[in-house]
Ligand binder design. Sequence first.
Ligand SMILES: Nc1ncnc2c1ncn2[C@@H]1O[C@H](COP(=O)(O)OP(=O)(O)OP(=O)(O)O)[C@@H](O)[C@H]1O
Ligand SMILES: [Mg+2]
Length: 349
Amino acid sequence: MFDDTRRIITSTLDTQDIEMENNLRPKTMDKYIGQDKLKEKLLIYIQAAQNRGEPLDHCLFYGPAGLGKTTLAHIIANQTNKRIVITSGPAIERAADLAAVLTNMAEGEVLFIDEIHRLNHNVEEILYPALEDYALDFMVGRGPSAKSVRIPLSHFTLIGATTKAGKLSQPLRDRFGIKAKLEMYTPEQLAIIVNNSAQVLNIEIDQQSTTEIARRSRGTPRVANRLLKRTRDYAQIKGKGIIDIDITRYALNNMEIDELGLDNVDKAILYAIIDKFNGGPVGVESLSAMANEDVATIEDVYEPYLLQLGFIMRTPRGRVCLESAYKHLGREMSEWAKKQQNASSQDDE
Ligand SMILES: Nc1ncnc2c1ncn2[C@@H]1O[C@H](COP(=O)(O)OP(=O)(O)OP(=O)(O)O)[C@@H](O)[C@H]1O
Ligand SMILES: [Mg+2]
């Protein structure tokens, strides 16, 4: 495995990252760049619920890592002026842990469960009545004298976030009134984010460099912010303290981030498909072994962008490398690979 401590593209956050993310996280909807359709809808739902004097319906946000799910949950709580309680699927081990959290929620407060697809089954079961009827059902006693007791809860709003919507059980998914997929950001939107972050961090950066960093940030605000911070390091040590295009290019090349924002792991994935599996199809486990990267990171961080670029395709038989990836890497596609690709795209339909 790579040394993950100072990697640019990663799904894990170290303490420095968490601090940075909290600093740079926009606090209000108007500072939250992009996702325009979703923002518009949410503002309507929030306003309507407020007018009725009700809490906002439960929300599920899904999409690749670093696109702003957690940020959006904070903004919703902020917008409604309510406390947000933050936890995550793997952190809630027993049903009693969740019950304790739920009984402490007040009217309209937001419970944010990150990685909600990782809730265990027993915990999920007690969530169903909590979401639907704002109640907890408990069995008291054993054997024939056992009876079910219902404890009422305050009307809270659950916001669930996941990178793997497909892993959520159907009954849980059905209990969210609002479900939204976050989309990757355009370079123009990322440029605004880079600019705003530069202001917060007191970094001087010119327009051309902003554009360059935005373009190589693989559609992801978290990556844009990281590239900005690392480029500042280069500017400080190798340059004049301000970020200009020369130091930006130098920094990005030094970090081995290419023109499209691909790094060594992306390339290892593509080369593995091309060279070791003749263009694919290949299962994600084999890719994980070849690229020396864990399956979850490949699925949540790397693949979404390679799919978006049209460099790979997911088929029932595995991942296939597409012609544009060969072109980008300066490779010729073998006749065999072309045939495979056609066959794969047919059984994809
Ligand atoms: N729409 C946005 N506008 C401005 N900055 C954003 C936006 N979305 C995300 N960011 C920035 O990117 C960082 C990462 O976003 P966030 O933590 O919300 O992602 P996430 O979707 O929750 O990721 P993960 O799946 O890894 O939990 C934030 O700290 C924030 O600085
Ligand atoms: Mg998050």
